[in-house]
Design a protein around this ligand. Structure first.
Ligand SMILES: Cc1cc2nc3c(=O)[nH]c(=O)nc-3n(C[C@H](O)[C@H](O)[C@H](O)COP(=O)(O)O)c2cc1C
Length: 273
């Protein structure tokens, strides 16, 4: 099989792959993404952090506000404390680098204050959304940079289980919140991870207007693809994608404490107006 056929088969499973795909090295890298949670005990090459941050600073940014920051954590004790706050996920302790991506409106508040200017706009939910979008675009560019160097990463949304404690640990100023973490390390070749299939394009791609007409069939196809994936990977996972996804959104009891996120954001200085 050519690399394009292999990549599409891995990305979508056996079922119904898109036809007219254009191919190059960048697309090959993008389509081969997988989260990596097992790392070799080896330091990152000199310049890795700075390279990833240069990539992170290169996507578009809403009004060029650049309303994000990142805290790079390498100290073992701090990684241990953050791992505890993030549901005890052990790979955070073992990753040589843990990046905390911050939706950061504090810099805009400071530069306005330095000139004695109003910054009431920062109290609106819109600006928090801007910060979250900016932080997310930055982080994903950093992920692609890391993957292009042969490194592995995994995002850690679980740091939102305890946003106030994470903010205290990182000494975040007011109007700053860590939206997710990112572990970075050399993938352990003894514990390789496979590309995880995604929904068929019919479930996510709408042409001209939104339609869920083909959704049920696409989701059924995906549930089969995911069951096959778990079997191939010898993962003992109960249920299918619909089971997992519906359980995740069933109620606040399944949000790992993040049902209180709005209160935490207000305490961190976001007006949420
Ligand atoms: C914002 C965000 C937060 C995530 N948080 C966690 C996490 O806390 N723990 C974890 O093991 N994986 C986490 N993941 C990884 C997802 O589980 C993973 O991306 C998804 O299962 C798809 O697998 P893949 O990345 O290998 O394709 C997170 C992913 C994203 C985008």
């Amino acid at each position: 099989m050519s690399s394009i056929e292999t990549a599409l088969r891995q990305r979508y499973g056996a079922a119904d792959q898109p036809g007219a795909i254009i191919w190059n090295g960048t697309l090959e890298l993008l389509l081969s993404h997988r989260s990596v949670r097992a790392y070799r005990d080896e330091p990152l090459p000199t310049g890795t952090l700075e390279t990833m941050i240069a990539a992170a600073q290169s996507p578009a940014s809403s009004s060029n506000l650049q309303a994000w920051s990142v805290v790079a954590v390498e100290e073992q004790a701090r990684k241990e404390r953050l791992a505890e706050l993030a549901g005890g996920q052990g790979f955070i302790r073992r990753a040589p680098l843990f990046l905390l991506w911050i939706a950061d409106l504090s810099r805009l508040a400071r530069i306005a204050a330095q000139r004695g200017l109003d910054h009431e706009g920062l109290d609106y939910t819109e600006l928090l959304v801007v910060g979250i979008i900016d932080a997310t675009l930055a982080a994903q560019n950093a992920v692609i940079a890391a993957e292009s160097l042969g490194l592995g990463t995994v995002y850690v949304g679980a740091i939102r289980n305890h946003p106030l404690e994470v903010a205290a640990e990182l000494h975040l100023p007011t109007r700053a919140v860590a939206v997710f973490g990112l572990c970075v390390g050399w993938p352990d070749p003894d514990k390789p991870t496979a590309v995880k299939p995604r929904l068929p394009q019919a479930a996510v791609l709408h042409r001209e207007t939104y339609s869920s007409a083909n959704e049920a069939a696409a989701v059924a196809q995906y549930n089969t693809a995911m069951r096959n994936f778990y079997a191939e990977q010898q993962m003992r996972v109960e249920g299918d994608w619909t089971d997992h996804s519906t359980k995740r959104v069933a109620g606040p009891q399944n949000l790992s404490g993040r049902d209180k996120l709005r209160d935490a954001l207000q305490q961190l200085g976001f007006g949420m107006r």
